[in-house]
Design a protein around this ligand. Structure first.
Ligand code: AMP
Ligand code: ZN
Ligand code: FE
Ligand code: FE
Length: 289
């Protein structure tokens, strides 16, 4: 029996900080009644092929996507990029650069944790990540396993959240650069969980001018007022309201797969924003072979 909604445009697998491999994640989504799913691993499209193949088997349309986390005076601005091409070598170069910086940052955080008296081995963190894009969730799991924190989630509060003692800030893209990167590679950028942005009203016109096409209005931990704010911003700036679970399968972060209602018209509206890529596909179709 389906317990979830049919559209989920924000999910994570083991290719970044989720707990399930791409195929297992899509299979789990299918079991819950999801029909269209964006795999949006942080700074990577490495899971896209596996997820799409699994999707063909179990009847889920997988949209290859990524989530670009930025850190700046605007707080946590995370940009979801939809309809990206996993075979785009120039995009992969940029994503690899971001992943390398993720790795260096996690190494620095491990050093800090060791100095603070919470010894964990970098090798164990890498094992937990299983080759995926490294992130703080992997550290949280290592801290929990080592008995340094009572729960996975509490690792963030006491040690690795922003302003916690073992935190190290990221080197990466600015919010504008993240939006521009997605647009430059034919994707459709949407602002993830806007409640984490500081100064949303001021930032919006800047990222809209850079090419933002969507805003994640439907999100598990959004109170109704935040959803209303997002829908009103969507109308003002002509953005597609998007939504998803942000399912990771680790701790309490995010909603269950398919756990957030996303209106069915969202997909066609997002597809209509595919700029260069959609035009190129149409030309090919019209031109024959
Ligand atoms: P990173 O990309 O390494 O900065 O880690 C950010 C990721 O950590 C987010 O995408 C979430 O998956 C997770 N995260 C951030 N804050 C928390 C929190 N307070 N509790 C649980 N997970 C969190
Ligand atoms: Zn994550
Ligand atoms: Fe995020
Ligand atoms: Fe996410």
């Amino acid at each position: 029996m389906s317990v979830g909604y049919p559209i989920d445009l924000h999910t994570h697998s083991l290719r970044s900080d989720g707990a399930l491999g791409p195929a297992a994640l899509v299979e789990r989504a299918a079991e819950r009644g999801v029909k269209i799913q964006a795999l949006a691993d942080h700074d990577t499209l490495a899971g896209a092929a596996e997820a799409m193949a699994a999707g063909e088997r179990v009847g889920v349309r997988v949209i290859p996507s990524t989530e670009l986390n930025t850190e700046s005076e605007w707080g946590d601005v995370h940009i979801l990029g939809y309809f990206l091409d996993p075979a785009d070598a120039a995009l992969e170069d940029r994503l690899r650069w971001l992943r390398e910086h993720r790795g260096k940052r996690i190494e620095l955080m491990v050093e800090k944790l060791n100095a603070l008296g919470y010894p964990i081995a970098l090798a164990r963190v890498m094992e937990i990540a299983q080759g995926g894009s490294l992130g703080r969730p992997h550290l949280a799991q290592a801290l929990f396993e080592a008995g340094h924190v009572p729960t996975y989630d509490s690792a963030f509060d006491t040690l690795i959240a922003k302003d916690a003692p073992a935190y190290v800030s990221r080197v990466g893209l600015s919010p504008l650069e993240a939006v521009q990167l997605v647009v430059a590679h034919g994707g459709v950028p949407s602002l993830a969980h806007p409640f984490t942005v500081i100064g949303l009203d001021l930032l919006m016109p800047l990222i809209v001018a850079a090419g933002l096409a969507g805003i994640e209005a439907y999100y598990g931990s959004h109170p109704p007022a935040m959803t209303a704010t997002c829908l009103s911003l969507a109308r003002r700036y002509d953005l597609v309201p998007t939504g998803g679970s942000d399912f990771h399968g680790r701790g309490d972060h995010g909603a269950p797969l398919g756990g957030v209602f996303v209106p069915p018209e969202t997909i066609a509206a997002l597809e209509a924003r595919r700029g260069g890529q959609a035009a190129a596909t149409m030309t090919t179709a019209v031109g024959g072979d």
